[in-house]
Design a protein around this ligand. Structure first.
Ligand code: ATP
Ligand code: MG
Length: 291
């Protein structure tokens, strides 16, 4: 049987009456890259938060490297082991780094927590991780406020990689950066994936970015998967009307925001009237043969 880096089955999460995530299933092969796309409020972050244990699913199954983590972790050792395997990089590097902690100490913290290392080994590994993301001694001694947004996001990535995770979740991790810095970070992430074999889950509403970073794509609409498959297929020949609408929503010459907004309302009404069809999954055939 294939062992996925990450496997999710029928994940569901409600907040009061509101169903935020409604029966979401997908799989990520080791070293793969999957983009989870959908408009604001479609349940992307809630899904990501359940994967890293920041939110408890109402039901469904989560397996990381073949190990089930659907139930709450009991005990420190289990919590640590789980944290090692999936790490997350958040959108806002200004909020995700402790302003009182130097870059060096910030990267050393997970090393201290997860590995038995001598101080010298830890420093060496820290420098290796910082070099990996293009940061040197000068940045290592700095507090986050002295760094640019791009540099901070590099620190967040180095810190996340410290535990040698199987999966890195990037929740709009480059959305707050200007486009040239965004390109640099994406390039860096591609390089890291090639070198380490870490798998990525890109959470984004930016379809232009997906084309460059993800092998497969999962389209969420109101908490449900409406389409999934290889990125190229989904982007060039979308099957679901919502995916088509998302693609039309990308600004370009001749772009018509009012028309898109009207289509968006019509689609919401139409989909409310018809029960959801099972999501077409063009990756399923491939999944059964690739490791
Ligand atoms: N802690 C919470 N309590 C109540 N409702 C919540 C909570 N977290 C999320 N929601 C709701 O669940 C739905 C999904 O939210 P989520 O943050 O997952 O969307 P998203 O796809 O990440 O959106 P965005 O692109 O804006 O980040 C939204 O309607 C949101 O208001
Ligand atoms: Mg979000």
């Amino acid at each position: 049987m294939t062992e996925y880096a990450l496997e999710v089955e029928h994940l569901r999460k409600t907040f009061g009456e509101h169903v935020a995530v409604d029966g979401v299933s997908f799989a990520l092969r080791p070293g793969g890259s999957l983009a989870v796309v959908g408009e604001s409020g479609s349940g992307k972050t809630t899904t990501a938060r359940m994967l890293v244990g920041l939110e408890r699913p109402d039901s469904g199954r989560i397996r990381v490297a073949g190990r089930d983590r659907s139930n709450a972790a009991r005990g420190r050792a289990t919590r640590l082991a789980r944290a090692r395997e999936i790490q997350m990089v958040f959108q806002d590097p200004y909020l995700s780094l402790d302003p009182r902690v130097t870059v060096a100490a910030c990267v050393e913290e997970p090393l201290r927590l997860h590995f038995a290392m001598t101080p010298a080994e830890r420093r060496a590994r820290r420098d290796e991780l910082l070099a990996r993301v293009g940061l040197g001694e000068r940045e290592a001694d700095a507090l986050p406020r002295r760094l640019s947004g791009g540099q901070r996001q590099r620190v967040a990535i180095a810190r996340a990689l410290a535990t040698e995770p199987k999966v890195l979740i990037l929740d709009e991790a480059t959305a707050a950066l200007d486009v040239s810095i965004q390109a640099q970070i994406l390039d860096l992430l591609a390089e890291i994936r090639r070198d380490t074999g870490v798998g990525y889950l890109f959470v984004t509403h930016n379809l232009a970015l997906v084309r460059h970073v993800a092998d497969d794509i999962l389209v969420l609409y109101q908490g449900r998967v409406v389409e999934s498959g290889p990125t190229r297929d989904v982007l060039t020949a979308p099957e679901h009307p919502y995916t088509r609408l998302l693609l039309h929503s990308v600004p370009r010459p001749g772009w018509d925001p009012a028309g898109i907004a009207a289509d968006r309302r019509a689609l919401a009404t139409a989909l409310r009237k018809t029960p959801p069809a099972p999501a077409p999954d063009r990756a399923s055939e491939r999944r059964s043969v690739t490791p």
